[in-house]
Design a protein around this ligand. Structure first.
Ligand SMILES: [Ca+2]
Ligand SMILES: [Ca+2]
Length: 295
């Protein structure tokens, strides 16, 4: 949001090349991605093994996908396959390389084991990079945001989630969603959806309206978390994300789009992150008031 405001305020530059860098027609960048191996993958099948394969794509062109071969009954596959992408130079800074490991199943849907996401802007593409990372796939959630500055109404519509992590022994979860508003790093308001039983792709379509005066909108974070309901034990968080001026990437973009399109609901999919990672980024202040020492 801040950068789009700056753009409209900045004076017209005389040099047309500076104004239209895309028209320079730079050749597309060739990106070679090698998928080498994985170790100690999670066992997805009843025999204590998995049948892993990897899907590789760039977020700037999701139609172009590569797949490795399937390696049967192993948790330590050696893939040693490489794939080449052509990507327009102008799209490099916005694009993320995604590698997802799936477990192949002959008679049922393939399950995601984990994924690696590497924003191309964060790496030096002049050099060969070797990286070991795999994050457990927690799931994705789709919701829409709408803000009306004149009335100070922030509307969060929780639509649906998909590929959620299995939390229960029956291989399913009982998901529900919490929406927290944080003001100046302190918990402020919260709402929650109903529980959807025994599903990894729940459909909610539940709407929450919060009063957030325009003067406060810059100081607010919206935290969306997906939980697994349990009757007997404590509910457990599956994944989380937050939006606001302090957010980054996709979340910041959704928030900025909402602010620059007042009154219009904007829906978007987001990938859930580990709760502890999001809590750390939020850096919430504690509610506790510690007693002052007396002398
Ligand atoms: Ca399998
Ligand atoms: Ca449960």
């Amino acid at each position: 949001m801040c950068s789009s405001l700056l753009k409209s305020l900045s004076p017209q530059l005389p040099d047309p090349i500076l104004l239209h860098p895309v028209t320079l027609c730079l050749p597309p960048l060739q990106l070679k991605v090698g998928v080498k191996r994985a170790v100690e993958l999670k066992a997805m099948d009843s025999g204590g093994t998995s049948d892993p394969y990897v899907i590789v794509y760039l977020t700037s062109d999701r139609r172009k996908r590569y797949e490795t071969k399937v390696y049967r009954k192993t948790l330590n596959p050696i893939f040693n396959e490489s794939f080449t992408f052509q990507i327009p130079q102008a799209e490099v800074s916005e694009s993320t390389l995604v590698m997802q490991i799936y477990d192949f199943n002959r008679f049922s849907k393939h399950d995601i084991i984990g994924e690696v996401r590497l924003p191309l802007a964060s790496v030096d593409l002049q050099h060969v990079i070797e990286q070991w990372t795999l994050r457990e796939h927690l799931g994705e959630i789709c919701f829409s945001l709408r803000y009306v500055p004149s009335t100070g109404k922030l509307t969060v519509l929780i639509l649906e989630a998909r590929q959620l992590k299995r939390m229960d022994s029956n291989g399913l979860s009982d998901p529900f969603v919490k929406v927290h508003l944080i003001l100046n790093r302190r918990k402020w308001k919260k709402k929650r959806t109903s529980v959807k039983k025994n599903t990894l792709s729940p459909y909610f379509n539940e709407v929450f309206v919060f009063e957030v005066p325009f003067s406060q909108i810059q100081n607010v974070d919206v935290v969306i978390s997906v939980w697994d309901h349990d009757k007997v034990t404590k509910n457990e968080p599956i994944g989380k994300l937050f939006l606001g001026c302090r957010a980054t990437g996709n979340q910041l973009r959704h928030w900025s789009d909402m602010l620059s399109n007042p009154r219009r609901p904007l829906a978007q999919w987001h990938i859930l992150q580990p709760p502890e990672v999001v809590d750390k980024a939020l850096g919430l202040k504690s509610h506790l008031k510690l007693p002052l020492p007396r002398y």
